[in-house]
Design a protein around this ligand. Structure first.
Ligand SMILES: NC(=O)CC[C@H](N)C(=O)O
Length: 380
């Protein structure tokens, strides 16, 4: 059998119709658990998804934020009205090997990026990684709604295909995103164990450029057990997703570290875990802190640092023996802890930045100074 000219013509027409259909903007909607609905246009992967809807007021840094594993299970709303304009840089500049947000909500999506480092458009990236993206225009109304009623569950529906609501704070997300194996990187005069609860890459990069060997371990790897023990000088507990109370195994390992007086620093989730390990408590904030301009006041100098943040929980009860090191100048919530005598310290914000200001990067130097002092005391 051979194709007639008509067959070929018909095939061409239906092929071009299918192509056109693929390129047509797909209808989508964001539906919140209280029934509030925002109509939109899909520019990412065309599949419905559910999660916790949060907002970030950072003006830039969507590639870094989207690859931050602390956003696992969350639908991220970027409030800055233009997104996608500078495209997506190469993977070495991401904070993890893939996109970690469950979905992305923007006001105006720019599909024609312009930047020397751009390798693809934001929409292409979302499509390749299977993550939905929705342009809803009125991100301002959405943000005001969340600020007034608190963070809530929601779902991005593409072409009205329904999915059930999903609460990421109802499971142990740290176990899902943490490394599965022990990894060594760098070399230097000091060895730091990085407990990976979903660590942003710039934490390791920040250590490596300071003459440090980094041993990254899974969230539940008990490196203090004599059977697993190796030589190291200090512990850094990373950021990570979800309710800190699910990371019970990390809390137990930290309790042992505190009892052995090992120099320890916590960042974000790590700060919350250190507080829980030391007998403090955490609670859920109404709508969290997600931006690159959170003002934090240091308790001794009263200096205010402009910091990057991405968290929904906070330390409420300060553990015995610790003092509040930093306080949020906007709402007075705790932003850091310091033990009065022992080498334990932690911050709720991100000294590694990416995205955001590097004002707090000195905290890595401060921690390593503490670690090296303790090491020389031991050697003396
Ligand atoms: N960035 C983080 O480490 C976030 C910590 C925790 N999941 C919270 O939302 O508070």
């Amino acid at each position: 059998m051979h194709n007639t000219m008509e067959d070929t013509l018909l095939q061409d027409v239906s092929k071009s119709l299918a192509e056109q259909k693929k390129q047509l903007p797909r209808k989508g909607a964001l539906v919140l658990e209280d029934g509030t609905r925002f109509e939109g246009i899909s520019f990412g992967h065309p599949e419905s998804i559910a999660g916790e809807v949060v907002f970030c007021t950072g003006m830039v840094g969507y590639p870094e934020a989207m690859t931050d594993a602390s956003y696992t299970g969350q639908i991220l709303t970027m409030t800055y009205p233009i997104m996608g304009n500078y495209g997506v840089p190469e993977p070495s500049l991401w904070e993890d090997e893939r996109i970690r947000v469950s979905g992305l909500i923007v006001s105006n999506y720019i599909d024609t990026p312009s930047h020397a480092q751009s390798t693809m458009s934001l929409g292409t990236w979302l499509q390749r990684e299977g993550i939905p993206g929705l342009e809803i225009k009125d991100t301002r109304r959405l943000t005001q709604h969340i600020r007034e009623h608190g963070t809530m569950l929601g779902k991005i529906l593409i072409n009205d295909e329904d999915v059930p609501f999903y609460d990421p704070n109802s499971e142990n997300l740290v176990a899902r995103v943490s490394t599965k194996e022990v990894m060594k990187a760098g070399s230097g005069d000091t060895t730091i164990v990085l407990i990976d609860c979903g660590a942003k890459r710039n934490i390791e990069r920040s250590l490596l450029k300071r003459n440090v060997q980094v041993v990254t371990v899974p969230w539940d790897f008990d490196f203090l057990d004599p059977a697993n023990r190796f030589d190291f000088d200090g512990i850094l507990v990373s950021n990570g997703p979800g309710d800190p109370k699910y990371a019970d195994k990390t809390i137990r390992i930290l309790q042992k570290a505190l009892a052995s007086k090992i120099p320890t620093m916590g960042i974000c989730l790590g700060h919350q875990l250190l507080a829980l390990a030391a007998g403090g408590d955490t609670y859920k904030l109404k709508f969290g802190h997600r931006s690159q301009n959170q003002p934090c006041i240091e308790s001794n100098t009263k200096r205010c640092y402009i910091t990057t943040q991405n968290h929904g929980f906070a330390v409420g009860t300060i553990p015995e023996g610790f003092t509040a090191w930093f306080t949020n100048a906007n709402d007075g919530s705790n932003e850091g802890l310091k033990h009065e005598e022992l080498p334990f310290l932690s911050v709720q914000f991100h000294p590694e930045a990416t995205p955001g200001p590097e004002d707090a990067e000195w905290l890595f130097d401060h921690f390593l100074k503490v670690v090296r002092e303790e090491k020389s005391k031991k050697g003396a």
